[in-house]
Design a protein around this ligand. Structure first.
Ligand SMILES: [Zn+2]
Length: 298
């Protein structure tokens, strides 16, 4: 019998987007995914940590035992980690509690407020009540390139894809040929400025990582079944357009070979109307977390 939600917790929308793959929408802030096999499940990312994702997973989505893995070390993906006993993260993102996007309560509340303002919506949660301090510190285990999660009737494989962070991973499900890619690929993509001594080196590293994943398309996953972990450039529960990953690779190539088209656009993650320089290619905009993407072309 399904239990009712504890009164303290707001309930989050969720949808089955592929056979046994569920997307949880954390009020437009971020998405988390759960893949369920016949024996086990795998929860991928923990969002900003609004409400009680653990309760939702265990009482509404699956009755299987599950592991928790996070795609990368940003506070909108690991913000709910403190409700789980153990999480897995790539060792290159082991500084997961450092930096501008560390999952502090203030970061989590500010990020949620930014999204609330951007979307102009009135969400069902209360930032003070529903974005709470963690009840505990989770145990941290690693996830490595090629690591497989055997779920029963399906296997999910993690691949290291540095670019958005040093330790970003993407995960491919062999049953549905779906790629669950965190922030490794999207239409408004951010390059990490700490991957190499120069921004050019960062862009080269990101291009190599993304080209490797793109080369797996058609075998490991279908190019029409790629899900990033924010649904602002795709409908909730539906994949990215099939040209997004190829466009992202082409965009980074254009930055490096000097043919990129640069524009200044309002920064969607700025609360004070700042603008940022982007390189645009097809469906994709690329910019840098610090500095200008145009510097990466030099
Ligand atoms: Zn991110």
């Amino acid at each position: 019998m399904l239990k009712t939600s504890p009164e303290a917790c707001v309930s989050m929308p969720w949808v089955q987007c592929r056979d046994g793959i569920f997307e949880v929408d954390e009020f437009d802030c971020a998405s988390c995914f759960l893949v369920e096999g016949t024996e086990r499940a795998l929860l991928i990312d923990t969002g900003v940590g609004i409400g009680d994702l653990k309760w939702l997973v265990e009482n509404r989505i699956t009755d299987k035992p599950y592991d928790v893995v996070v795609t990368h070390n940003h506070g909108d993906h690991i913000g709910g980690a403190g409700w789980f006993d153990t999480i897995r993260i790539h060792p290159a993102d082991a500084d997961w509690k450092e930096g501008h996007a560390a999952p502090t309560v203030s970061f989590r509340r500010e990020y949620a407020e930014l999204i609330r303002n951007r979307e102009g919506k009135d969400y069902a949660y209360d930032p003070q009540k529903d974005i709470r301090p963690w009840p505990k510190e989770p145990e941290i285990l690693s996830v490595s390139d090629g690591q497989k999660f055997y779920l029963g009737g399906r296997t999910v494989t993690a691949y290291h894809c540095p670019g958005h962070t040093a330790g970003e991973i993407v995960l491919a499900d062999d049953l549905t040929k779906t790629l669950l890619c965190g922030d490794a690929c999207n239409c408004n993509w951010l390059l990490c400025a700490d991957l190499a001594p120069t921004l050019r080196g960062c862009a080269e590293k990101a291009l190599a990582g993304l080209e490797r994943i793109l080369n797996m398309a058609g075998n490991t996953f279908d190019i029409g079944s790629v899900f990033n972990f924010h649904h602002d450039f795709r409908p909730f529960g539906q994949p990215l357009a099939p040209n997004v990953l190829p466009d992202l690779v082409s965009c980074l190539k254009s930055v490096l070979d000097g043919t990129a088209k640069y524009e200044s656009v309002p920064d969607p993650l700025s609360s004070d109307g700042k603008s940022r320089t982007i390189a645009r290619y097809g469906s994709v905009m690329v910019s840098c977390m610090q500095g200008s993407i145009a510097e990466a072309g030099r």
